[in-house]
Design a protein around this ligand. Structure first.
Ligand SMILES: C[C@](O)(C(=O)O)[C@H](CC(=O)O)C(=O)O
Length: 519
């Protein structure tokens, strides 16, 4: 370590110059001047780096802006395998990396999408994918430039440098983990990540329990942490603001008044807390909270406070007067403020207790609504580039309602949209033609980036089953007949392109360039 004489004026001048550069950088259309340039520059180290993440983010930004202008959309798969991603580059403009897929297939201890995998799992996969993209790009360039112009005119040029969009889940716990995750993603070359408002480790798919949200304030802190880290690195990396409000059933805390309108309480008097019922049920051998809650709810009179006012008002006019009062509020009213307004309108206290339904883990019950989803999208909007009110069922009406409400404040807002493996198209009355039209319809509402994220689980299982059955049933002849021959016959898969795709000639090119004679 060298202790050196420093010119304080020069140090100050360099610092002020960098602050001015950051403020100028943030004047671009993509940046809301939400962050504090001086604090950000104070958090930077002295060696500035350029990141591929910025290059890929601007490439993605331009792709999505083009779709926004044209009312079209990018629809891509989740994927983690470099061979698969090499093929996707022929058809899709981007690559998505799913947390559920990584948490199931790329970790020592698999687990489906409780997001309980290590925070650096997905960034490391992005790093591997980005390196494979660069290798494909290098391989292709060497092959093309070893051919004549005439030959090249007949060779398809594949843009392997597809921007990668990654699942940052809920940021993996504390804000320092979120910051480290964001840094690792930028260093790996990601173009965009999404971070959501879910609680860590609270997804209980197997028992059918709904998702658990964190308070809006915690969600904002997560997003601010990610944006701050991008700014510290001077990276143009994009942030997709995901909210899982739709179909959420719980929230971890009532600390933020903006959530109070949606927290559910008991209105029946003299009932025992859910935790007492649950503890007794466990002692009796029933451990599924969904079963116990269903039974307990029958006598609890569960509803939001506003609904409790409506049910306990002595007249429609009393409730209308309450509703008129709360509708006038400029900011979200806390439960205490709602209680006061109800007391004035009804002339009595409204019985409502949101502590009674709390789970053994302390979660409050939550009643989602389109209004709640809109408010969360609006709270998050200043921190990122696209919004994604995640839903796992097709409903263009909800999409348009939320997107239009957000665009009333952010006119050119772009949106993400995800399809899950269990999308119940038929159950929602969709014909095949409706399904064909749906992505373009939601694109017209700004959903320019759409994903089928868990294809590597459903699709791979499907085709792996087919291939394994062929080998099991017909041996290598079956492999030859049903897989090898069709693959070799397919352009860009087999034949001499197998050699090209393998890139074996690249090593020859290295040796030829080195001039090595002993190979
Ligand atoms: C997109 C997602 O976060 C993922 O991990 O791929 C999942 C996918 C799924 O559950 O089908 C999600 O939408 O929550």
């Amino acid at each position: 370590m060298a202790i050196i004489e420093i010119d304080l004026d020069a140090e100050q001048a360099a610092f002020e110059k960098e602050v001015a550069e950051v403020e100028a950088w943030w004047k671009s259309p993509r940046h809301a001047a939400l962050r504090r340039a001086r604090r950000v520059v104070m958090l930077r180290h002295s060696q500035r780096r350029e990141y591929a993440s910025s290059t890929q983010a601007m490439k993605l930004w331009n792709i999505l802006q083009e779709h926004l202008r044209n009312g079209t959309h990018e629809l891509t798969y989740g994927a983690t395998d470099p061979v698969v991603i090499g093929q996707m580059a022929k058809y899709q403009q981007t690559v998505y990396v799913s947390g559920a897929v990584c948490g199931t297939t790329r970790v020592l201890e698999p687990g489906i999408d409780h997001a309980d995998y290590p925070w650096d799992t997905v960034p490391k996969i992005i790093d591997q994918i980005y390196h494979s993209q660069m290798w494909n790009d290098q391989r292709q360039r060497n092959l093309r430039m070893s051919r004549t112009r005439e030959e090249r005119s007949k060779m398809p040029f594949v843009d392997y440098m597809a921007p990668i969009i990654a699942d940052g889940d809920m940021g993996f716990g504390g804000l320092t983990s979120t910051i480290k995750m964001a840094k690792a993603f930028v260093e790996a070359g990601v173009a965009m990540i999404h971070v959501d408002d879910l609680a860590s480790g609270m997804k209980r798919f197997t028992i059918g329990q709904g998702r658990t949200l964190v308070p809006i304030s915690e969600y904002e802190s997560r997003l601010c942490a990610v944006r701050m880290q991008f700014d510290i690195m001077g990276a143009d990396t994009m942030l997709l603001l995901r909210s899982d409000c739709i179909k959420a059933e719980f929230i971890t805390s009532c600390i933020d008044p903006r959530d109070h309108e949606y927290i559910v309480g008991a209105t029946a008097q003299n009932i025992e807390p859910f935790t007492a019922a649950m503890t007794r049920a466990i002692e009796g051998g029933e451990t599924n909270p969904v079963v116990v809650r269903k039974q307990w709810a029958q006598t609890a009179g569960l509803m939001t406070f506003d609904d409790a006012v409506k049910s306990q008002a002595d007249s429609e006019d009393q409730y209308l007067s309450y509703n008129a009062e709360i509708s006038k509020a400029e900011t979200a009213l806390s439960l205490a403020q709602r209680r006061e307004k109800a007391r004035q309108a009804l002339g009595k206290d409204v019985y409502f207790d949101w502590e009674l339904p709390r789970s053994l883990q302390g979660q409050y019950m939550y009643k989602w609504s389109v209004k709640a989803a809109i408010e969360r999208c609006l709270a998050a909007a200043p921190f990122g580039d696209l919004s994604w009110p995640r839903m796992d069922f097709p409903d263009e009406k909800i999409v348009s309602e939320i997107h239009n409400a957000v665009r009333a404040h952010y006119p050119n807002r772009m949106f993400g949209y995800g399809y899950t493996n269990t999308y119940d198209w038929e159950g929602n009355g969709f014909s095949l033609q409706d399904i064909k039209e749906y992505p373009s319809r939601v694109a017209k509402h700004g959903a320019v980036f759409q994903i089928q994220p868990t294809w590597p689980i459903q699709g791979f299982r499907h085709y792996a089953d087919q291939c394994c059955e062929v080998l099991h049933r017909d041996g290598i002849a079956g492999y030859y007949e049903e897989i090898q021959k069709p693959a070799l016959a397919r352009p860009g898969i087999g034949g001499d392109s197998t050699l090209e795709l393998s890139g074996a000639y690249l090593a020859d090119a290295f040796f030829a360039t080195i001039g090595a004679r002993d190979t």
